[in-house]
Write a protein that binds this ligand. Structure first.
Ligand SMILES: [Zn+2]
Ligand SMILES: [Zn+2]
Length: 276
């Protein structure tokens, strides 16, 4: 069985990282034997997919965790690619209720025109499960400024589970959603000592990692203060406190997920630097 490949097309999150492109905000591509999934396609997802040689027309799933622009702006163009220019009903769109239908804080993030061209729409509600290609996905609760925000846990038959928390604050019980995952990707927007309601700091990440006990933790979706503080230092802090190997993702980093979990760092080009 081929390994899974998790490609951090972008590792930035939050408004200031997005508008400055200090880190890219293009989300994560996940490739399996029959799976080609884009998770949280923020600004740059289309462009960086193409520049990294990942043909967006090969996508068969687009996942959007909540209705903030750093997670959804490129979802419609990726759906256009997935449906071969809107000529074929293709692929799966799994997204929070806010993204599909809107809620008290946002309009729907993806138009009806685009929603009706995917083969299957899944409203991702906490504590539900669904199947996409060869992986079973369970939906985790998140507590964020979009009340419908969700995390995703991907269960593979051969290699165990990996998961993504999305933007969330720490809450009692969050760890149980990720207990036993081998690889846990945490959206750590803020460094230690800079709490922000609805968002994750390094201290929150420590508590989640302590509860969930993954084999490997990865920090991503880094906010501006986190970037200035030094994500690698924050990762080291988490590793020291929890004993769990922890890395801060960098733009273009790939994780090979099989019997082993192996991170391959890309050349140190970040944000718009790639173009200059
Ligand atoms: Zn975000
Ligand atoms: Zn958010």
């Amino acid at each position: 069985m081929a390994p899974y490949e998790i490609i951090f097309l972008g590792t930035g999150g939050g408004r200031f990282t997005t508008i400055t492109q200090k880190r890219r905000t293009s989300g994560i591509r996940i490739l399996g034997e029959n799976l080609n999934l884009h998770l949280d396609p923020g600004p740059g997802a289309l462009v960086y997919s193409i520049s990294e040689g990942l043909d967006p027309q090969k996508l068969n799933a687009v996942f959007v965790s909540h209705c903030h622009p750093d997670h959804y702006t490129d979802a419609e163009v990726l759906i256009e690619a997935m449906t071969r220019g809107m000529t074929r009903k293709r692929g799966v769109l799994a997204a929070s209720k806010s993204v599909l239908k809107g809620n008290s804080v946002c309009e729907p993030s993806i138009s009806k025109y685009h929603q009706q061209m995917v083969e299957q729409i899944i409203e991702a509600v906490p504590n539900t499960r669904f199947q996409v290609a060869e992986v079973a996905v369970s939906v985790a609760e998140a507590r964020h400024t979009d009340p419908d925000a969700v995390g995703f846990r991907f269960e593979t038959k051969e290699y165990g589970d990996f998961a993504y928390t999305t933007d969330t604050e720490y809450f009692d019980g969050i760890g149980k959603y990720y207990e036993g995952t081998r690889l846990l990707m945490l959206c750590v927007m803020r460094p230690a000592g800079k709490p922000w309601k609805g968002h994750m700091t390094t201290e929150d990440a420590i508590k989640i990692v302590e509860e969930a006990h993954p084999e490997q933790a990865v920090l991503t979706h880094l906010g501006m203060q986190m970037i200035f503080q030094g994500p690698a230092r924050e990762a080291k802090l988490i590793e020291e406190k929890t004993g769990t190997p922890t890395v801060a993702a960098t733009d273009g980093m790939r994780i090979i997920f099989s019997d082993k979990i192996e991170a391959q760092t890309a050349k140190p080009k970040q944000g718009l630097d790639k173009f200059f």
